[in-house]
Design a protein around this ligand. Structure first.
Ligand code: SF4
Length: 359
């Protein structure tokens, strides 16, 4: 097979877009779609090298680390087709009720030792309403904040009542994860028990309360490149500060368990395209990185990732934190950040009224 001839036009166009982003400009959705459509190792390596420059320009050598603690596992009423914790599917995932605050404080202690900035309390349920569970969780967030070990973050599903978001903010929650998951167009192929707009509405309540948004999605669920591009632009428009990119780790028993895995280069290209579209945000590689990227894992930083989920995921095991910290050291990256861990001033959407957020 003969080598593909060098295409100066593609090379120059990637460089032109990269320079524009470095100078503070933006790429259009059409240009984003062109980047997502790139094929071939040489062009993707070109793209990665520009994404790396953009990451370095906006983030330096700092890598933002987050961890999660699952405070309530399994038996969720929702039917997200990737999720081992949905009651709709038979999986080996554990099930337990709300954990005691000791477990949260132990996770905070561990997080603090590893240089982790944000510790997210995660629950498998549809969402959070006013009542005793909210009261208990607010106590746990207050204790976590008092411990000073990690930034109190949360991922507690849908919020449909502004008072719930306000209570969480008062209890110390600084950042809330609520993924858009995929494009609005593809969402109904992923979940039918709630809608994309339900997720947008939750984010609006959180922003109104002055809570920063961690929102991203999962790639490799059968969506196409346009869906991935549209997700990146939707996250930009909604004002996400942290953008987790999960790569589907197909779990036995879920409807996506036969899904063909994404090739490592396709996943790296996606991270790089997100960096072009979201130059100032923390782009965090989260679930599925070890199984999907394999030996190419450390290239995620060259692809523009500036944040990493360390420690175990909700239902799958990650590589040891020590190995992640060694990887960062070997690459000359620094896993430390200020106490809130927000390096940017990501523009919030005007309608969300989030001027009260302080870092
Ligand atoms: Fe429930 Fe969350 Fe899993 Fe969906 S992703 S089934 S809301 S735990």
């Amino acid at each position: 097979m003969s080598a593909r001839p060098f295409d100066a036009t593609t090379h120059d166009r990637i460089a032109q877009l990269g320079r524009r982003v470095l100078e503070g400009g933006e790429i259009t959705r059409e240009e984003g779609r062109w980047l997502f459509a790139l094929e071939g190792g040489a062009d993707i390596v070109d793209l990665l090298s520009w994404a790396n420059r953009i990451r370095e320009h906006f983030k330096g050598n700092k890598i933002h680390l987050c961890s999660i603690v699952n405070i309530k596992a399994g038996g969720c009423s929702e039917n997200c087709r990737f999720c081992a914790q949905s009651a709709a599917y038979e999986t080996d995932s554990p099930r337990y009720g709300l954990v005691e605050s000791e477990s949260v404080l132990a996770a905070a202690e561990e997080a603090g030792k590893n240089g982790v900035v944000g510790l997210g309390l995660v629950a498998a349920w549809r969402g959070l309403e006013e009542g005793p569970v909210l009261d208990e969780l607010c106590c746990q967030f207050e204790l976590l904040k008092q411990s000073g070990k990690a930034r109190p973050d949360a991922s507690l599903g849908m919020i449909r009542n502004q008072r719930v978001a306000d209570r969480l903010r008062q209890a110390g929650v600084e950042c809330y994860n609520h993924n858009l998951e995929t494009s609005e167009r593809f969402f109904s192929k992923v979940c039918t028990t709630h809608s994309y707009q339900d997720r947008v509405q939750t984010i609006r309540h959180l922003q109104q309360a002055g809570i920063r948004i961690c929102s991203g999605g999962i790639i490799g669920m059968g969506e196409n490149r346009e869906d991935r591009c549209d997700l990146a632009f939707a996250l930009k428009e909604i004002g996400a500060h942290i953008v987790p990119i999960n790569i589907l780790n197909a779990i036995a028993g879920t409807p996506f368990d036969k899904q063909e895995p994404l090739a490592p280069l396709e996943a790296l290209k996606t991270i790089a395209c997100f960096r072009f579209i979201l130059p100032r945000q923390e782009i965090m590689v989260a679930g599925g990185r070890v199984v999907n990227l394999r030996e190419a894992q450390s290239l995620m930083f060259m692809a523009g990732a500036s944040a990493l989920m360390v420690g175990n995921y909700l239902t799958t095991v990650n590589q040891p934190v020590e190995k992640d910290l060694q990887m960062l050291k070997d690459l000359g990256l620094d896993p430390r950040w200020d106490k809130h861990g927000f390096s940017d001033q990501v523009q919030q959407p005007a309608a969300a009224g989030t001027g009260a957020v302080t870092a």
